[in-house]
Design a protein around this ligand. Structure first.
Ligand code: GDP
Length: 458
């Protein structure tokens, strides 16, 4: 979150020792945690929606938001005001584009929501991938204005790419926010036309119809319409379903593998005055408490856990599903890198440089052949890989083998291949750790396949 980034570099000698007491858990309030990623075509209103959810429900006050809004208008990037609120990175401000996955949080009646901000710019799909890889559910924001839904949905728009990606990365539940309906006078026909086209597409992309929820809304100006409440007679005349917040409150947290050994994928590394050397990331499996000894892999460094923060509070235990900040001691911090894992020294995550994977090819131009090179995106990391064996093509729905030793894999094929990289990386099979066993392959800026790891070869 913002707090952790504020202070920047410090050296260990200046660390505020009091901040390090092994402080007590903030009493759990009974809310289950759910991680949400907001995706959609550029300018659909993702940042605006994110910003409003946070403003309306808690973690950013309106004054701060206004301040950011003014600042961003000053350099002509008004639409990114809320993205700034979310992660406030200097680099992003200069470029006017969100480049990182920001994590913020808010509460609904029954849920503690971790909101992962994923940018929509084409060049930034990789950070969307790491956002979506951590998400339990997605909000797909659609610009309902005349012509805009169409340009996001057809001809290379990101609506399609993002929906397919989040599904491939394991996200099962999706809220489709049909936004900017003010631009079409809250037309019911327009809403239903979009709902109709998109629901057919989403089912084809692998979502269960019962896990997709549509909502008409407007995310601008402040308070919006149908986010927390609705007032506009043009909408209330025909819509009496849930608000966005009510829908979010209904999302089901997936089962959390708390009984498996700890796996925390590091998505950020930084130092602060208050906490010292910290890593941030999501606990994919197991539990983590202050006082634990952990192993960092690759690299095999050990460290002690000084404190664990969840939702900005120190806790006595964090568990699978939680995005946390972990203060570490007894470690050469310069060697700690994004993409590494924290795991128990007695049950480390496997290292592998060659594994079998089932891949589903997207809409690629040229077929994939032996020796094909791509970049593999796995959790918070990426690594060059080469297709070193092509074992068979399979039927996606049943896994039935269609053809052994294929020579070329055309678009939309599902196949079992062996992937090899130059150095060992941390992997788990899909069978052992559902969320860790998923990856995507990209080449020349395009996402070409999604896959799952089946077996470690070496
Ligand atoms: P992003 O690229 O998806 O993050 O989109 P932004 O949140 O930056 O919004 C793009 C533009 O649409 C901005 O100028 C917003 O002010 C505007 N916008 C966002 N939501 C709405 C809405 O509900 N109605 C209208 N009319 N404009 C909106």
């Amino acid at each position: 979150g913002l707090e952790e980034h504020e202070l920047g570099e410090t050296n260990a000698g200046e660390v505020d020792e009091e901040a390090f007491d092994l402080v007590p858990e903030v009493e759990s309030d009974g809310r289950e945690t759910i991680s949400l990623v907001v995706v959609g075509h550029v300018d659909a209103g993702k940042s605006t929606l994110n910003g409003h959810l946070l403003c309306l429900l808690g973690s950013v006050d309106q004054r701060t938001m206004h301040k950011y809004e003014k600042e961003s208008k000053a350099i002509g990037k008004g639409s990114f005001a809320f993205a700034w609120v979310l992660d406030g990175h200097a680099e992003e401000r200069e470029r006017g584009v969100t480049i990182d996955v920001g994590v913020t949080h808010f509460k609904t009646e029954h849920r503690h929501v971790q909101l992962l901000d994923a940018p929509g710019h084409k060049d930034f799909v990789p950070s969307m991938i790491s956002g979506a890889a951590q998400a339990d559910a997605a909000i797909l924001v659609i610009d309902g204005s005349t012509g805009e839904f169409e340009s996001g949905f057809h001809s290379g728009g990101q609506t399609v790419e993002h929906a397919i990606l989040v599904r491939s990365l394991g996200v099962q539940q999706m809220i489709v926010a049909v936004n900017k309906l003010d631009n079409v006078d809250y037309s019911k026909d327009r809403y239903e036309q979009i709902q109709d086209e998109l629901s057919r597409f989403l089912v084809k992309a692998g979502f269960r119809a019962s896990d997709v929820f549509f909502i008409p809304c407007r995310s601008k100006p402040f308070r919006g319409e149908n986010l927390l409440q609705r007032k506009d007679a043009r909408l209330t005349a025909w819509y009496d379903g849930p608000t966005l917040i009510e829908l979010i409150d209904l999302l089901r947290p997936p089962p959390r593998p708390v009984d498996l050994p700890l796996r925390l994928s590091i998505s950020d590394v930084f130092k602060t005055q208050a906490m010292g050397s910290c890593v941030a990331g999501r606990i994919e499996a197991g539990v983590l408490s202050p006082g634990a000894q952990v192993l960092l892999r690759p690299g095999d460094l050990t460290a002690n856990v000084r404190s664990v923060q969840r939702h900005g509070n120190k806790v006595a235990t964090a568990k699978a599903g939680d995005s946390v900040t972990v203060a570490l001691t007894s470690i050469d911090f310069d060697q700690v890198q994004v993409g590494a894992f924290l795991c128990p020294p007695e049950a480390p995550i496997p290292l592998s440089s060659s594994f079998l994977a089932q891949i589903l090819l997207f809409d690629i131009q040229e077929p994939v052949t032996l020796g094909y090179q791509a970049t593999m995106y796995l959790q918070s990391t990426n690594e060059p890989v080469v297709v070193s064996k092509m074992l068979c093509t399979v039927k996606k729905s049943t896994g039935e083998v269609l053809k052994k030793r294929p020579r070329a894999l055309p678009k939309h094929t599902t196949a079992v291949v062996q992937l090899t990289c130059n150095r060992p990386i941390c992997v788990e099979t899909f069978n052992d750790y559902k969320q860790l066993g998923r990856f995507t392959l990209r080449e020349s800026g395009n996402t070409i396949a999604a896959g799952t790891i089946m077996k470690i070869v070496s």
